[in-house]
Design a protein around this ligand. Structure first.
Ligand code: SAH
Ligand code: SF4
Length: 351
């Protein structure tokens, strides 16, 4: 059985032709798939015979709602979705001034092992297919009865460690006959897979690249993010500068403030010096508590002071408020990051 929703229109057309299936149907089938049908039976303008043939060759990826949590504070919704093999991922939907935004997962688990991250702690199971990424959006839209206008790849997993499927997903997501969500409404967050940042730069996509920096130097970053041992801070920042130059896009740097680890005045000054001259925006986030580690979030005063030092050095930096903390419990990071990205759009003030 083939995964038809991961295929581009051109691929479906070619396959229909090769298998003597009526070629003109490809466009209609593609549109049905991207409207979110969950079975071939729902393709009501297709003949019974044809639907049966499709069902024998292909399957349609669906994200089933296993759990749904709604914040009493701000209507943020967190889903736990399962796929056909029973694997589960989380997605978060938030309503904001300009519409709805969803934070989706790109892998079941993650190989990167960042010490502050709940996903990193749970290990890696498998990559998601392009259709499974789409299915998260479609399932949320269907459940909430809304149209989602912004997509952030900041859920479980490292998108650049699932590069081919993520690129395919971006192509499908932004296609006119698909959901039609333009690149300027998409953000991709990475822990710093440097060779893939160079690859992505060549694609010259207009999406927002978000880089999880979290430390100004190798001594600190290598303690919390194992990938830093492969590509250090300077190599990562060189890749970011290249990315900015090639695409003309400002890079968003994420910096989770951990008390006593990366939140000193010296860290702020070192960070400012390193980012000087890079088209960037720094998002300061109090680290989320994850059970099983001793990290504590920096105080509000510390965040404010750190932010002020960055601003004084000429950087654009913001501290975010924490919203919807009542549904934060099981997977802090996913929900938290969603908030940061949305706040990015709103440029909200620190409270
Ligand atoms: N793998 C990608 C995207 C998923 S993680 C990446 O690392 O960027 C999404 C974001 O959540 C990253 O910025 C990550 O550093 C951050 N994050 C993970 N655990 C966190 C925690 N406990 N507190 C705050 N942010 C966290
Ligand atoms: Fe993976 Fe991102 Fe978590 Fe690191 S922070 S373990 S890269 S999901």
């Amino acid at each position: 059985m083939r995964d038809i929703k991961s295929m581009t229109l051109e691929e479906i057309q070619a396959e229909f032709q090769a298998e003597n299936l009526p070629g003109f149907r490809a466009k209609q089938v593609y549109q049905w798939l991207h409207r979110g049908v969950e079975s071939f039976a729902e393709m009501s303008d297709q003949s019974k015979d044809f639907r049966k043939k499709l069902g024998e060759k292909y399957y349609i990826s669906v994200a089933n709602i296993e759990k749904k949590l709604v914040s009493h504070y701000d209507n943020t919704v967190k889903y736990l979705f399962s796929f056909r093999d029973g694997e589960c991922v989380e997605s978060v939907v938030m309503e904001y001034r300009h519409g709805y935004s969803i934070c989706i997962s790109t892998q079941v688990g993650c190989k990167m092992g960042c010490t502050f991250c709940a996903t990193g702690k749970s290990g890696f199971s498998r990559n998601l297919t392009a259709s499974e990424m789409l299915a998260q959006i479609q399932a949320a839209q269907k459940d909430l009865g809304v149209r989602i206008s912004n997509v952030v790849l900041m859920g479980m997993g490292e998108p650049l460690d699932n590069y081919e499927n993520v690129l395919r997903f971006l192509e499908l997501l932004s296609s006119d006959l698909g959901l039609g969500i333009g690149m300027r409404h998409i953000s991709l967050s990475t822990c710093g897979v440097v060779d893939r940042i160079y690859d992505l730069a060549e694609k010259k996509l207009q999406l927002t690249l978000s880089v999880s920096l979290h430390a100004p130097n190798d001594a600190i970053r290598s303690q919390t993010m194992p990938i830093n041992k492969k590509w250090g801070v300077d190599q990562l920042l060189a890749a970011c500068r290249h990315y900015g130059k090639t695409t003309g896009r400002r890079i968003s740097f994420e910096y989770a403030m951990i008390s006593g680890v990366n939140d000193s005045d010296d860290c702020a000054r070192e960070l400012a010096a390193k980012l000087k001259g890079t088209l960037s925006h720094v998002n300061l986030i109090p680290v989320n508590d994850v059970t099983g580690n001793d990290y504590r979030k920096s105080s509000a005063q510390r965040l404010e002071r750190f932010c002020r030092i960055l601003s004084q050095q000429g950087l654009t930096a913001t501290v975010r408020r924490t919203l919807g903390s009542d549904i934060n419990a099981s997977c802090g990071q996913l929900r938290r990051r969603q908030k940061e990205e949305v706040a990015n759009v709103e440029r909200s003030e620190f409270e």
